[in-house]
Design a protein around this ligand. Sequence first.
Ligand code: GDP
Ligand code: CA
Length: 338
Amino acid sequence: MKNITVLCGGMGGARFLQGLRHGIASGSLPAIDDGVTITAITNTADDLWMHGLKICPDLDTVMYTLGDGIDPGRGWGRREETWSIKEELVEYGVESTWFGLGDRDLATHLVRTQMLDAGYPLSEVTSALCRRWQPGVRLVPMSDDRIETHVAIADDEAPSGRRVVHFQEYWVRLRAEVPAEAVVVVGLDEATPAPGVIEAITDADLVILPPSNPVVSIGTILGVPGVREAVRGTSAPVVGLSPIVGGTHVRGMAHQMLTSIGVEVSAGAVGRHYGSRQGSGTGVLDGWLVDASDADQVAAVREAGIACEAVPLMMTDHDATAAMVAAAIALVGEGRSA
Ligand code: GDP
Ligand code: CA
């Protein structure tokens, strides 16, 4: 296998890619060539502008994690971070104190914004940032266009009884504690995939949907016009790994997001939500892995026309994640389907 394409969000995606890279380097994934190109098509709908700076949380989480610059405790932002600028902004009363803008992290946003202002598209800016971090994967934003996920929440004080907040505010400031009544991805319908996105899917030997948020990470990538069709049409097998284990997300907020779009919070329901590539629908999967504790859901997934097995899906360490990759390859076969 020479080309693997992964559609991913931030933390779940980054952890998965670490395990994939480790499995290849340690020789535990013999189906994959040493010189494989891994393309990580990454969600950009969490992106936001703050203090005139473009911030790309998922791209940065993947880049810092794979480049060994991440704060491992938090799982986002730079290690050995300091917060002087944030503190100074608070003194001016202008900082939205809910967003963690660290000094070291800020350098990334400054370089990114400067390049965007100079006219470079986000995909080229990302490549430039990766020259420093050497993540070992080709990191490609899903689109160069501005796309932002917003969440509608109940607000008794608003005349309409509802308020719409940016996804980052919902997640970071409100900690996803209030129910999400609706998810609106602004700009998605008019967006185009970034250069290389469609080719990476079409030319892949294997396409993987890692345990990332199925609504606000992978759901938005599949929503970029042309991407779902490319995944449906590729001759490579497409395999996904459930982000839901034992009826809830492991970390993060997949639970809240699934509820908001009316999908039951279970590994089987998420697999059926992605759907089978067979037939005339909109499904994208050939295979779906659920956690060993969700073995009772395998039959319903298979009935939906998707190959399915139950194996351990907790990314406790890189070896465990590499074993998940091996199980995914075993499920859908090595390399391109005939
Ligand atoms: P985010 O952008 O930082 O929210 O990260 P992702 O969208 O890539 O992934 C977040 C999701 O990954 C979480 O909501 C969990 O459902 C899932 N996840 C995180 N860790 C694990 C794990 O060890 N195993 C499984 N199966 N899912 C996980
Ligand atoms: Ca994210």
